[in-house]
Design a protein around this ligand. Structure first.
Ligand code: TXA
Ligand code: MG
Length: 313
């Protein structure tokens, strides 16, 4: 079991057929056993080996987006143990677009199960140092492939239902997917806990994260400071890709500085920002809208802000 660089975030990888190694991944992450792992293929030619059937829609997406930040959910083959899929009959498949990881997987010759290399519920690692900081000696080897180019986890699309459904937002947006498929895709959010990234309060930093609408950040931060908070403002780059690339590293950097609150504005509500908005809203403590933020501010005037810190998950 090793930590691998990918274009999205670092992964903790184990041979899908090695039950002990897969168990170790769950143990190290502190991840519930029914939360499935993504299976990363050495080549698109191995789709048939791990999927029971490969519909034409999957071929279109693979052709257009692999290798790359797109995970496709299909019915699993017998090669995929139920321990990897959390007991489900479906499997999430992806092909990493990172030269080092691709080379390692090519030499290995078969698939590895790899969740993000962080403890469960925490912000994903985008550098080798993040992995070391999170997992320490629990991981035998960390392959340092430099900072992740994309910075947020892959888009997940489920092709096992009546219509293609996006389970997790990522760098590849709904329009690009619908375009490649020639059919509409729906976004499935909330409700299902098939993807832990869909649980509220995921991807959270240690400090309380106050997420506000654009334009109100400075004011909210000032009011929190006036009421005694040790408050950081996270200013994301305007460019959506740059924002995604720097999001987790920025949250981690601020988290090491012992702020009790981080205030950040949501980027504009458009498709290019969908993944960053999604991760920020999930990380928020609690998910604050503007109106709620002001109520939060009033409460913040009371002491013991520390007690509002997100408990470790
Ligand atoms: O970018 C990424 O996808 C990174 C890198 C390392 O590849 N991996 C990643 O893995 O984010 P993880 O384990 O942190 O998130 C995997 C997501 C989870 O939300 C999981 O529930 C979902 O994939 N998933 C896995 N198998 C699934 C299935 N059969 N059906 C629905 N969702 C599935
Ligand atoms: Mg994860």
């Amino acid at each position: 079991m090793i930590a691998l660089p990918t274009e999205t975030v670092y992964g903790l990888a184990a041979d899908v057929t090695n039950a002990a190694a897969v168990r170790r991944i769950y143990a190290i992450k502190g991840r519930p056993l029914d939360h499935p792992l993504i299976v990363h293929l050495p080549s698109a030619a191995q789709l048939e080996r791990y999927a029971a059937d490969v519909p034409p829609a999957a071929r279109l997406l693979v052709e257009r987006f692999w290798p790359g930040p797109l995970t496709i959910v299909l019915r699993k083959s017998d090669e995929v143990p139920l321990s990897v899929t959390g007991g489900q009959a479906t499997v999430a498949l992806r092909m990493i677009d990172h030269p080092l990881a691709r080379d390692i997987l090519r030499r290995f010759g078969s698939a590895v199960a790899a969740p993000s290399a962080n403890r469960f519920g925490r912000v994903s690692p985008t550098t080798a140092e993040h992995v070391r900081a999170d997992l320490g000696d629990d991981v035998d080897l960390i392959v340092d492939g430099g900072p992740a180019r994309i910075g947020v986890e892959s888009t997940i699309i489920d092709l096992t239902g009546d219509v293609p459904a996006i389970l997790r937002q990522g760098a590849i947006g709904a329009t690009a997917l619908a375009d490649a498929l020639g059919t509409p895709v729906v976004a499935r959010s909330g409700g299902s806990v098939r993807a832990p990234g869909m649980l509220a309060a995921h991807y959270a930093p240690r400090a309380a994260l106050v997420v506000v609408e654009d334009g109100t950040q400075a004011e909210v931060a000032a009011q929190l400071r006036a009421s005694g908070g040790h408050v950081a403002e996270l200013i994301l780059p305007d460019d959506p890709r740059a924002a995604a690339r720097s999001l987790y590293a920025s949250l981690r950097a601020l988290d090491t500085q012992d702020f009790d609150t981080i205030v950040v504005a949501l980027p504009a509500d458009n498709e290019a920002n969908a993944a960053v908005r999604d991760r920020l809203q999930r990380a928020a403590t609690p998910a604050l809208t503007n109106a709620e933020a002001y109520r939060f501010l009033q409460r913040a005037a009371a002491p013991s802000r520390r007690s509002r810190k997100t408990p470790d998950r």
